[in-house]
Design a protein around this ligand. Structure first.
Ligand code: UD1
Length: 451
């Protein structure tokens, strides 16, 4: 098992296809776009469906590669999955007969590790690959494992796999994380809902996706409450039932389209958003001086429209600002690249401080290909000096969020650009080229034979 070649999106056995966005930029955006359901919520809701033998129906599930990857993994475990309507995913985990999540699944997507808590809690055992196999480091899962141990699980680690078991039901406990962790909090909740007794998680992550998971779990019969902003209390129950739930809007996708309007210029109505989930990002736009308005959503009374009126290049500049990421309610690290891109349109020097991950400023080097002035001062700090007049270029996408941001830079650059590695973007942005085309952008997605 240790010899298995780690899966990477670059390594595609049997194919030499590479996916490229061809973009002719420099046109202001106009029109409206509807955001999809949140990827980082949908994946955890899918994991929650394994907690019951009854059917869980999810609505507003985004059409993303990551959702397909987790569907396949669940399917291999014996979960029946169907898509009876667009955006709807029905999961039925009545016959889970395979409690093994292989490296091939885990390495493709870190969120596969979300199956640890629910499978352990419901079936008393699971063997699950470390996401990334033996390459422990950059994004460890130690906090997830410690949380399961606190609940009474026995966990051994051998050859890149966690062998987890619980002789009887898990036992409620106090879980104290040394730092805030989103998926760690979620995995702990997914295990604690079926434990005997009370579990208290502190500090618990405050991201809206965590609350979306709490909402589904409670519909399934769990007893989970956020008793303080950073405290979650779970009263374990013996079993859970089926439920129907609608995934919250993707605040990162919404922010990406808002940044697009700010950077490229134009007037864009971003529909189906939940502005209360976007406070730090909206505050940043205010600080930069990007005109934006919260308006009703004409099709959905429960949601809003975020309208962003961006300055056309040459029509003025924004104010310099500081982009500093932090756990929710701070500015999300996932929005750091699009937020950082907005700084290129500010007159003067702005700073980016990435406080969550060490490797999230790499996208800035790709941005230089489009004429931006950026200096990475250390792995967590960068200076962006504007205003930039974007020029067309060619770049290779290193990861999901960076990829979307390079697309934005290309859309801002008058002329023809190519962005390779488009599959990264499809992991997190549903039909991104169609959505940008709907806003008047000239963008196509081509699969090419490489070499
Ligand atoms: C989730 C999101 C990701 C987002 C991140 C931070 C999903 C599928 N992914 O990732 O898009 O960027 O939150 O908002 O929801 N850490 C440890 N040990 C652990 C777990 C985490 O040291 O066991 C560290 C991480 O290396 C990082 C910090 O804790 O420095 C926060 O990471 P965490 O909140 O756990 O991120 P994820 O839940 O993996």
């Amino acid at each position: 098992m240790t010899d298995a070649k780690p899966f990477s999106w670059e390594y595609r056995p049997g194919t030499t296809t590479r996916e490229t966005f061809h973009i002719t930029g420099g046109k202001p955006l106009a029109g409206s776009v509807r955001v999809s359901g949140a990827k980082n919520s949908a994946l955890k809701l899918m994991a929650a469906a394994t907690l019951t033998g009854e059917r869980v129906s999810l609505e507003n599930v985004p059409g993303l590669l990551d959702i397909d990857v987790l569907s396949e993994t669940l399917n291999d475990l014996g979960v029946q999955i169907s898509r009876p309507a667009p955006g709807r995913l029905d999961l039925h985990a009545a016959n889970v007969d395979w409690l093994f999540v292989p490296l091939e699944a885990a390495a493709k997507m870190r969120a596969s590790f979300m199956l640890l808590g629910p499978l352990l809690a419901r079936f008393g055992q699971v063997i699950i690959s470390n996401p990334g196999g033996d390459r422990i480091g950059r994004r460890p899962v130690n906090l997830h494992v410690d949380a399961m141990r606190a609940l009474g699980a026995e966990i051994d680690y051998r050859d890149g796999y966690y062998f987890a078991k619980s002789p009887g039901r898990l036992i409620g406990a106090r879980i104290t994380f040394p730092q805030v962790t989103v998926m760690g909090t979620e995995n702990a909740m997914l295990a604690a809902v079926l434990a005997r007794g009370t579990t208290i998680i502190q500090p618990a992550a405050q991201e809206p996706e965590v609350d979306d998971l709490i909402a589904l779990l409670n519909k399934m019969g769990a007893q989970v409450a956020r008793t303080a902003p950073d405290v979650i209390e779970v009263q374990g129950v013996a079993s859970l039932s089926g439920a129907t739930h609608q995934v919250i809007p993707d605040r990162i996708e919404a922010g990406t389209f808002a940044a697009a309007a700010a950077v490229i210029g134009g007037d864009v109505a971003i529909r189906g958003v939940e502005p209360t989930h976007m406070g730090a990002f909206l505050a940043l736009m205010t600080q930069l001086g990007v005109e934006h308005h919260i308006e009703p959503d004409p099709e959905d009374a429960t949601r809003k429209t975020l309208r962003v009126v961006g300055l056309a290049p040459g029509a003025g500049d924004y104010q310099p600002a500081e982009v500093r990421t932090a756990p929710y309610p701070g500015l999300p690290t996932d929005i750091q690249p699009p937020a950082g891109l907005m700084l290129t349109r500010a007159n003067g020097a702005s700073m980016i401080h990435e406080t969550i991950f060490e490797d999230r400023l790499e996208w800035l080097s790709g941005l230089r290909a489009f004429g931006a002035q950026v200096e990475v001062l250390d792995p967590r700090t960068a200076r962006v000096t504007g205003p930039t007049r974007f020029s067309p270029g060619e770049a290779e996408i290193p990861d999901l969020r960076a990829g979307a941001t390079l697309v934005l830079a290309a859309l801002a650059a008058p002329g023809s650009s190519q962005i390779h590695g488009a599959h990264h973007v499809r992991r997190g942005y549903a039909t991104i080229e169609e959505k940008f085309r709907g806003l008047g952008a000239d963008m196509t997605h081509v699969s090419e034979e490489a070499g």
